[in-house]
Design a protein around this ligand. Structure first.
Ligand code: GDP
Length: 620
């Protein structure tokens, strides 16, 4: 069988990229494979479910389920099949079962990629702009972007792709074009380190504000050098000194005061101080020397991704190291693709993207997530295998972390104390998904809340349905639709897909669904009391108590408590209620009645029968 070995050290390859020969590859994905003529191999992995086994044998799910039925096993497609059963089917199908050999190729993000220091060359700095709301982050990013037009580099209309480059003194600088620290933090949380320098924008008329401090914390946590841009210096009443004083108290001592932090007074609106700011960035980059090896297959991070109506999944990538070329096969998060086109925010096409260069890429199979790592490979098969393996690992991880079958429990036997509705959110843009997620996670109806199992950009896929099925989740599609094949799959799996295009409708519906799920809350209401004055033993029925209703009303369907000298001796239900010889629906205070209590004959004269009714109460 062919093997694939992880490469620990990348030396300068002859072709300018690392290569693995065909004989060095190994698949970990169960698949049909021809070993010798007529001899087929089934790669066994622990915890394979019916669907996965079916796929590996090249059978349909239904065909597989039928085969298992013939073996006396009633299964659903998500059920795990043991190795012995697989062996039996393999025998029938003419396969040899072999255990999977785990190699590190499936975990490229854990590969130790060591470039030879002599291969490293300078790369442009990647800059993120952070700061308090309204302090001018967007204006600054726009002004810097526009500065290219002045240089005559481009006059076209720009499109937002999440990152752009400006060339200054022949040196490019990359700007992440999503102001604010939310995106920065999310990416960092996902392990992506895409920022070399952080610009902290503080409005000179407003000073240090809560989000300034938050941004500062994030930049410090990421150990990224900070440049303070004191903005809005054109404004009357602006006070740059105040910003310097306030930040000094937070250990950002201005260079002018003997500290290490550059403070640059600017007006993003009036285009003042921008050149100086760019100078400082390049100075800092010269000192810190950000480096990468352009002569290898590319690796980097997804900055933004979305589903484009015409072009399919598109993602803006920043190359961290290596050179990304059109035609390269890339694993990207849990999906893969072949780089079809690359362009920048000015719609300029590229066939190569160098380290630190942001490019919008098409040719992917699914929409990845911001913060996902990507890596290029030369071989399509390996790329596909790695992506599939990562998908199944993710599924396993998600399945494990998910508290299973909560929806069933809520609608069903109500045994669970879990009060969660599992939801998968799929949408067309990250922004609306985040908004939806935030809104849904805030819902709390009498302790019931929403657990978002997955939220990502892109169409609803079979993968989502499988996860939903495994976790009893419902799928919310926001401005995205499932294909009819996926819809059919969801139907067979019993997975509910709800489609929306208005955000608040989603929360309205989910709230309603949660309310519907609530166990109706009942309250016991005492309706009346009766005193036992006589007893009759009736052979087939048991003890009949001759009572006098002293208070309220005793109803036939009442729950009763037998009180003896103020102590409850029995709780149960009435078995019969009669007025003279006739059955009665209820007997009111001041009347006599005969009653018997289900499964209880030990009534005594003088006992008090307290009758009550359970009444549903509204919760909201
Ligand atoms: P963000 O929320 O930090 O992205 O802030 P914006 O870039 O949207 O700016 C908020 C407001 O401040 C807008 O009305 C801008 O026109 C204004 N603004 C931004 N920079 C300057 C500046 O340098 N001077 C003045 N006077 N106004 C500015």
């Amino acid at each position: 069988m062919p093997t694939y070995q992880r490469k620990k050290h990348y030396r300068k390859p002859k072709s300018g990229a690392q290569r693995q020969s065909g004989s060095q590859r190994r698949s970990n994905v169960p698949r049909r494979e021809t070993k010798k003529q007529g001899e087929r191999i089934f790669i066994y992995k622990p915890d394979m479910n019916v669907a996965q086994v079916a796929e590996a044998f090249g059978l349909t799910n239904a065909g597989m389920i039928k085969k298992l039925m013939q073996l006396g096993l009633m299964t659903s497609i998500n059920q795990i099949i043991d190795r012995d059963t697989i062996e039996v089917i393999a025998l029938e199908e003419g396969y040899e079962v072999q255990d999977e050999v785990i190699t590190d190729v499936t975990r490229y993000d854990e590969m130790e990629i060591e470039d030879d220091p002599t291969d490293l060359v300078k790369r442009p700095p990647i800059v993120t702009v952070m700061g308090h709301v309204d302090h001018g982050k967007t204006t600054l990013l726009d002004t810097i972007r526009q500065s290219r037009v002045v240089e005559g580099e481009a006059g076209g209309i720009t499109q937002h792709i999440g990152a752009y480059q400006v060339i200054r003194n022949d040196q490019p600088i990359t700007f992440i074009d999503t102001p604010g620290h939310a995106a920065f933090t999310e990416m960092r949380a996902r392990g992506a380190k895409v920022t070399d320098i952080c610009i902290l924008v503080v409005a000179a008329d407003d000073g240090v504000m809560p989000q300034t401090l938050e941004a500062l914390d994030h930049a410090k946590a990421a150990k990224v050098p900070i440049i303070v841009a004191i903005n809005k210096i054109d404004k009357v009443g602006s006070n740059p000194e105040r910003v310097m004083t306030e930040l000094s108290e937070k250990e950002l001592i201005p260079e002018a005061w003997g500290g290490k932090t550059p403070f640059v007074p600017i007006s993003a609106l009036k285009n003042q101080g921008i050149e100086e700011l760019l100078d400082v960035i390049q100075l800092l980059a010269d000192i810190d020397e950000f480096k990468a090896n352009p002569n290898r297959l590319a690796k980097g991070t997804v900055i933004e991704a979305s589903l484009d109506k015409g072009r399919g999944p598109v993602a803006t990538l920043i190359v961290e190291t290596g050179t990304l070329k059109t035609g390269d096969f890339i694993v990207i998060g849990n999906t893969y693709g072949k780089v079809r086109t690359m362009n920048d925010d000015l719609k300029k096409r590229y066939t190569e993207a160098k380290p630190s260069q942001p490019v919008e890429v098409t040719g992917l199979n699914e929409v990845p997530q911001a913060g996902d790592v990507f890596m290029a490979f030369e071989d399509e098969k390996v790329t596909r295998q790695i992506a599939l393996e990562r998908q199944s690992r993710q599924r396993e991880g998600e399945n494990k972390s998910v508290k299973k079958a909560s929806l069933d429990r809520m609608f069903g036997d109500m045994e669970s104390s879990e009060k969660e509705l599992n939801i998968i959110i799929k949408g067309d843009v990250q922004g609306s998904i985040e908004a939806l997620r935030g809104m849904l996670e805030k819902i709390d109806i009498a302790g019931f809340h929403v657990n978002v199992v997955r939220s990502s950009v892109g169409a609803i896929t079979e993968n989502d349905v499988t996860l939903a099925s495994a976790s009893s989740a419902i799928i919310i599609g926001f401005n995205v639709r499932p294909t009819s094949a996926v819809k059919q799959f969801a139907d067979t799996e019993g997975v509910e897909i709800r489609l929306y295009n208005i955000i608040y409708r989603v929360s309205e519906d989910i709230e309603a669904a949660l309310k519907g799920m609530l166990e109706p809350t009942f309250e016991e209401i005492v309706t009346g009391q009766a005193e036992v004055r006589d007893l009759f033993k009736v052979s087939k029925i048991g003890t009949i108590a001759g009572c006098y209703v002293t208070d309220g009303v005793v109803k036939r369907d009442a729950l009763v408590r037998v009180l003896r000298e103020g102590v409850v001796v029995y709780e149960g239900k009435l078995a019969s209620l009669k007025r003279f010889k006739d059955d009665a629906k209820e007997v009111k205070s001041g009347f006599e009645c005969g009653l018997s209590i289900a499964n209880y004959n030990d009534i005594k004269i003088g006992d008090i029968i307290e009758a009550s009714q359970m009444k549903e109460v509204e919760v909201d």
